[in-house]
Design a protein around this ligand. Structure first.
Ligand SMILES: Cc1cc2nc3c(=O)[nH]c(=O)nc-3n(C[C@H](O)[C@H](O)[C@H](O)COP(=O)(O)OP(=O)(O)OC[C@H]3O[C@@H](n4cnc5c(N)ncnc54)[C@H](O)[C@@H]3O)c2cc1C
Ligand code: SF4
Length: 478
């Protein structure tokens, strides 16, 4: 630590922190002093590839495995993420649809959960900025409004996508994605190898390959191996951050603080610090998903330019959301075969992803070990489970333009790898933890970033939206 007192201290180096810093740096003075505390280390892409090839690399042991960083009281439910520089940008798959405008108005449109205090229109230009920064590839028409075209052209559909597009128009689109179509900033072009957790050609956007210039900025001091465990709170302000580095306790003070440690650790740090907001830690959740295998009668499914080639919105929006959850379809295009002679390609595979509602029975809590939270999860809501049953009934009709032999549903995934809801955004402190600018309702110099702030859990992938929210928060607040 070079300074005694900083203008800003940021925790974590994932999407939430990095997009917040990007906007903050564009507005801050040349002499601004910013400390970034990262619990892990840089594990470069080239070294990750070695690990994937089962070659040895000294970097492999630098970062804690996520499963060792918290106590999971329900081992049937998995929470997936990666600690270390860039967070889960290193292993994410780069699916980046926007939310629908209706996702922000669940209470006023459907009488369910709460409305978000921020609305789609306010985020539109920040969505544009994140899509530009990540060089998102996407289609010309979308079910949600856009004021600008996507920076990169869409990836090609596969055979089945083409038929669904013809039938459903803008309710069936090429998936918007951070898996590059055109090589950009040293990233290669996606070639459908479907090994996206460590992309062999570095096609997907990561914080490491982002080219955003954030961590090269001389105003930033980035300190690795620093695990934040608490904040010192005084009269509704944060005064200091407390962390462990090299086995020793350290403290640093600043005017403003930002937590970007994900929905488990943002809540844990606040709870360790004595945050008395009733909802801190509560409402942990994510989407619920399962795979539908569609066996086709004499239709060879072929082509497609990326791992997920289509998104279907046929079961997403509408009045049914008063009663049961929205469902987003992903056309999964990883190379796979039907195991029947002469029918190798007569199959399509869809991931069906359902929204869920935050519930207080699912929560993060502190433990006797200051460095390790516990995670409690009872299960998805009845609202979500009803939608799964409805989808099973409706899917044959939705796919009626295809020559279907049979549909098989697989058992639900243990994780969608999207962790949300433990510091929710709300109009009032009674209904949540942070306001529309992601500032804590009580501690007014503290930003809480990322999908822990999501008011509800729409079926769309969260990262584009949480990154846009980070830009929005930094833009509106400085
Ligand atoms: C396998 C996988 C696939 C995914 N695919 C997609 C996808 O296709 N589309 C999509 O939208 N989303 C996807 N996600 C989710 C996406 O990765 C997350 O939404 C996103 O990474 C969240 O960003 P974040 O910055 O809030 O948190 P993280 O990425 O979790 O980053 C948190 C950062 O904080 C650091 N940190 C944590 N605790 C502390 C502490 N106490 N002190 C200091 N530093 C700390 C971490 O080391 C890390 O740098 C996927 C996730 C996984 C695991
Ligand atoms: S499908 Fe293959 S090339 Fe495309 S992002 Fe994933 S791993 Fe990379």
């Amino acid at each position: 630590m070079k300074q005694q007192n900083y203008d800003l201290i940021v925790v974590g180096t994932g999407f939430a922190s990095t997009f917040f810093l990007k906007k903050y740096l564009s507005k801050a003075s040349k002499s601004a002093k910013i400390l970034v505390l990262e619990r892990g280390h840089l594990f470069p892409h080239a070294e990750r590839l070695k690990e994937k090839r089962r070659e040895s690399t000294p970097f492999a042991k630098l970062n804690d495995h996520s499963h060792n960083t918290f106590i999971n009281n329900n081992p049937e439910k998995i929470w997936e993420f990666q600690a270390g520089f860039g967070g889960s940008s290193n292993c994410w798959f780069g699916c980046t649809p926007r939310f629908m405008p209706s996702d922000f108005k669940m209470k006023s449109l459907y009488g369910v959960a709460n409305d978000w205090p921020v609305q789609y229109d306010e985020l539109d230009s920040y969505y544009d900025q994140v899509e530009e920064a990540m060089s998102i590839s996407g289609p010309e028409e979308t079910p949600y409004p856009r004021s600008k075209p996507y920076p990169q052209p869409a990836h090609a559909f596969n055979t089945v996508d083409v038929l669904l597009k013809k039938k459903y128009g803008n309710l069936y689109i090429n998936q918007p994605t951070a898996r590059a179509k055109v090589p950009v900033n040293g990233r290669g072009s996606c070639c459908v190898s479907a090994e996206c957790s460590v992309c062999p050609v570095n096609a997907k956007f990561t914080i490491e390959n982002s080219n955003l210039g954030v961590y090269e900025d001389p105003r930033i001091e980035l300190v690795y191996g620093s695990q934040v465990f608490g904040l010192e709170l005084e009269q509704n302000m944060v005064r200091k951050v407390n962390y462990i580095k090299d086995g020793k306790e350290h403290h640093a003070s600043a005017e403003v603080f930002a937590l970007g440690a994900n929905a488990i650790f943002n809540a844990h740090i606040l709870l360790n610090s004595g945050d008395t907001s009733r909802l801190t830690g509560k409402g942990l959740g994510e989407q619920y998903g399962l795979q539908a295998l569609v066996y086709l009668d004499n239709l060879a499914n072929f082509g497609g330019g990326t791992w997920v080639s289509g998104n279907g919105y046929m079961l997403y929006d509408g009045n049914h959301r008063k009663d049961y959850a929205a469902c987003l379809m992903e056309s999964n295009n990883a190379p796979f075969l039907r195991l029947e002679k002469g029918k190798w390609r007569d199959i399509a595979s869809f991931r069906m992803i359902f929204e869920d509602l935050p519930s207080e029975q699912n929560y993060v809590a502190p433990t006797a070990d200051l460095m390790k939270p516990e995670v409690n999860f009872k299960g998805p809501s009845a609202y979500t489970l009803k939608a799964v049953e409805q989808m099973k009934q409706k899917l044959p009709e939705v796919l009626a333009c295809l020559p279907i032999e049979k549909i098989e549903f697989q058992k639900p995934f243990a994780s969608e790898a999207h962790i949300m809801g433990t510091t929710r955004m709300s109009e009032s402190p009674e209904e949540g933890v942070v306001d529309k600018h992601l500032i804590h309702h009580k501690y007014r110099n503290l930003f809480v970033l990322g999908s822990s702030t999501f008011t509800t859990f729409t079926p769309a992938n969260p990262t584009l939206t949480l990154s846009a929210l980070s830009l929005y928060a930094a833009d509106k607040s400085f």
